[in-house]
Design a protein. Structure first.
Length: 230
C-alpha cells in the first residue's frame, strides 16, 4: 500500500479504517499514508461523521462462554454448574404450576426478543456545519421508524421538530413530529424510504407540527440521506 490513486479504493479503505475491519499491517500502512495525505484524512473524518453516531445504539456484548471457560482453566477455578443443571434443580424444587409459570415467562422473553426491530436503513441528519444532530433508523420489514437526537442538539422550547421525506419531485412527505425530548417512534409511512426520496429533513415548526399539510412552514435545520445499514 505505497499509494492510493483510486478514489473509490481510498474511500473504501477509509470506511474500513473507521469500522475497524482494516487490521494488522494494512491498518498501519494506511495510517502512515493518512499522515501525509490531507484528502485521505478528510475521507476518514467524513466516515467518522456518518458512522460514529451509530455507536450509541450498539448493544454491549460480554465475553463468550468459551472465554470464561479458558480463564477458569488457567486460574484453576471450579466452574459453575452448567445452565442445564440449573434448570434441572429449578424444576425439581418447584411445583408443576410454578414451573409452568416460569416457562411461560421464558417463552415471553423469547417472543419479545424476536420482535426486536432490525434496522436496515439509517440516516444521520447534520446541521449546516455538517455536525451530526439526529439519527433516523428504519425497519422496513416491521414498518418502524425511530428518531433519536445525538450529541448536544438543542430541543427548542414551545416549538416542535418535524421529520420530512423530500422526494425528487412533488411535495415533501411528513413522517411525524418528534417529542419534546427529541425522540420518536413512528409507523413507517409508505413514502418514507422509496427510491425517489432524495433526503430526510427536520424542520422547526409551531408546537404540534406544521399547520400546512403540504410541507414545512419553518426553517429546515437538519438533513441527510438514507444509507443501507451494514
Amino acid at each position: 500500500m505505497t499509494s492510493l490513486g483510486n478514489d473509490e479504493l481510498r474511500d473504501q479503505l477509509a470506511a474500513e479504517y473507521v469500522l475497524g475491519t482494516l487490521r494488522g499491517g494494512a491498518r498501519k500502512r494506511f495510517e502512515v499514508l493518512m499522515y501525509s495525505d490531507a484528502a485521505l484524512r478528510l475521507m476518514v473524518k467524513d466516515w467518522e461523521r456518518r458512522l460514529l453516531p451509530m455507536h450509541e445504539f450498539v448493544r454491549s456484548q460480554g465475553p463468550s462462554p468459551q472465554v470464561w471457560a479458558n480463564i477458569e482453566k488457567r486460574l484453576h477455578l471450579k466452574p459453575e454448574r452448567s445452565r442445564w443443571h440449573f434448570w434441572r434443580g429449578f424444576g425439581l424444587g418447584m411445583g408443576s404450576a410454578a414451573l409452568a409459570a416460569a416457562l411461560m415467562v421464558a417463552i415471553g422473553v423469547q417472543q419479545l426478543r424476536t420482535r426486536t426491530p432490525s434496522y436496515d436503513l439509517v440516516a444521520t441528519l447534520t446541521d449546516q456545519q455538517a455536525q451530526p444532530a439526529l439519527l433516523v433508523r428504519a425497519d422496513t420489514a416491521k414498518r418502524l421508524l425511530q428518531v433519536h437526537i445525538v450529541g448536544g442538539t438543542p430541543v427548542p422550547a414551545n416549538r416542535s421538530l418535524q421529520l420530512w421525506a423530500i422526494p425528487k419531485a412533488g411535495l415533501p412527505r411528513s413522517l411525524g413530529v418528534l417529542g419534546p425530548d427529541g425522540r420518536a417512534t413512528f409507523a413507517l409511512a409508505s413514502g418514507a424510504t422509496g427510491s425517489d426520496v432524495v433526503v430526510l429533513a427536520i424542520s422547526l415548526e409551531p408546537l404540534g407540527g406544521s399547520p400546512d399539510p403540504n410541507g414545512p412552514t419553518g426553517p429546515v435545520l437538519y438533513k441527510g440521506p438514507w444509507l443501507r445499514a451494514m
